[in-house]
Design a protein around this ligand. Structure first.
Ligand code: NDP
Length: 401
């Protein structure tokens, strides 16, 4: 019996439970809990219609450690999969420690009042999870997640050492809206407007947000502008693969998205500093989220493909080689399969895979772990089997920018 409790009924949570229901030999019982029960019930109804599987639902405020622990005691899962927001990570980890249950998530903990994208708060739990004999797996989404597994796979099979690593995240999809974000707008905008940072020769190099632009020809998508950004897997990869001399993260943005963002930023709408409005403190970015389209609603109108992958250069048997490993995902095909667009799909499927490997004891350990600390092979096999097939190609030369 492998019971799982998923917390968070957003775009990612929806895909994850659909995919779990398609693997009933591993996920024998699924409970989906979130801040608002009706969101869980709507997802449960769709899961039943598509797969015939009944999932349980519950309402919980995951900021409340005792309430979450009480839910865990009632459901008695073997694993809690946290697909709520990064703000809830520490509270859910505490609830797992309190109840003696393994933990998994897809995004690093974020304090509400400051955008940080750092792992130290969660790494600080290592000893407590270790002493409790529990495993916490951090960041089993696509990026972070698959991008780290891609790096360890390249190192295991194609390169003896990795000298440079570039993670390229391209969403070539079009949702037909003037401005929308593909996952939680608050987290997405915090990430995009933060300073860019990359790892070079043992230190972080910082530059203002969205100032380094490169054009790149993505397979099956075509040429797009991509921008240097900070992304949390750079911290864990540079820690766990210390040989890497330079690690960078790039994401594509269209001109219209950037123009809207610039205006919103200039008028103060992306701020996370509270402002007083009619006697009540509100956070502009949270208000903005309320007026933007729900990412989980974008699926029906989104067309095009995503292409996310790693380019790594290093030595193999003394000779320099460069490999590009990537996945292509089609928004419309995702919507057809599980009713969500590809950004939720490319996160929800890896969440299901991480959970499956933990439940089966294939990925096991005592303490807090990042993706690159485990054997990539079983994960890579499951990506191929469960909707995110990957391709690998050798490039003639390293990136020249
Ligand atoms: P959504 O905003 O669509 O969903 C978040 C869900 O969490 C919502 O259902 C929300 O409830 C629920 N929630 C929020 N606060 C609480 C709370 N206190 N208690 C219980 N439930 C709560 O986000 P996404 O599905 O797009 O993203 C989910 C997670 O995945 C995020 O952490 C995001 O950063 C991460 N992510 C990771 C990626 C990766 O590649 N690694 C890529 C994309 C996302 P309600 O519906 O009531 O608001």
């Amino acid at each position: 019996m492998s019971k799982v409790l998923v917390i968070g009924a957003g775009g990612v949570g929806s895909v994850a439970v659909h995919k779990m229901a398609m693997l009933p030999t591993v996920f024998t019982e699924i409970t989906l809990a979130s801040r608002r029960q009706f969101k869980c019930d709507a997802i449960a109804k769709d899961v039943k219609a598509r797969t015939g599987v009944t999932i349980q639902t519950a309402e919980v405020d995951a900021d409340d450690i005792d309430a979450t622990a009480a839910l865990i005691e009632r459901v008695k899962p073997a694993l809690v999969v946290n697909l709520a927001l990064p703000y809830q990570d520490l509270a859910i980890m505490e609830a797992c420690l309190k109840t003696g249950v393994h933990y998994m998530d897809t995004a690093n903990y974020e304090p509400r009042d400051e955008a940080k994208f750092e792992y130290h708060w969660q790494w600080a739990y290592h000893e407590r999870f270790k002493e409790a004999g529990l495993c916490a797996l951090l960041g089993s989404g696509f990026d972070p997640g698959v991008t780290s597994v891609f790096a360890t796979y390249l190192k295991k099979h194609h390169l003896d050492t990795i000298r440079t690593l570039d993670i390229l995240d391209c969403n070539g999809g079009d949702h037909g809206q003037h401005f929308a974000t593909n996952f939680n707008p608050e987290i997405n905008i915090r990430e995009v407007t933060a300073d860019a940072r990359h790892w070079e020769k043992g230190e972080w190099v910082t530059s203002p947000a969205l100032t380094h632009k490169q054009r790149f020809d993505f397979p099956e998508v075509g040429e797009r502008n991509m921008y240097l950004m900070y992304h949390e897997e750079l911290e864990s990869l540079s820690t766990h693969l210390p040989e890497i001399e330079r690690a960078r993260f790039w994401m594509t943005f269209g001109d219209a998205y950037l123009t809207h963002l610039e205006v919103l930023q200039n008028v103060g709408m992306t701020s996370i500093e509270p402002v007083l409005y009619e006697g009540k403190e509100i956070i502009p970015l949270q208000f903005l989220k309320a007026v933007l389209p729900e990412p989980s609603d974008l699926g029906k109108s989104t067309k095009g493909k995503t292409c996310i992958g790693d380019i790594a250069t290093g030595l193999k048997d003394g000779a320099e080689k460069t490999f590009y490993i990537y996945n292509i995902c089609d928004h419309e095909a995702c919507f057809e399969e599980v009713g969500s667009q590809a950004v939720s799909y490319t996160t929800g499927v890896p969440a299901m895979i991480g959970a499956a490997l933990m439940l089966q004891g294939v990925w096991a350990g005592k303490g807090v772990f990042n993706m690159e600390q485990f054997d990539p092979d079983p994960y890579m096999d499951m990506l191929n089997e469960h909707g995110l097939p990957w391709q690998i190609t050798e490039l003639d030369q390293a990136l020249d920018f």
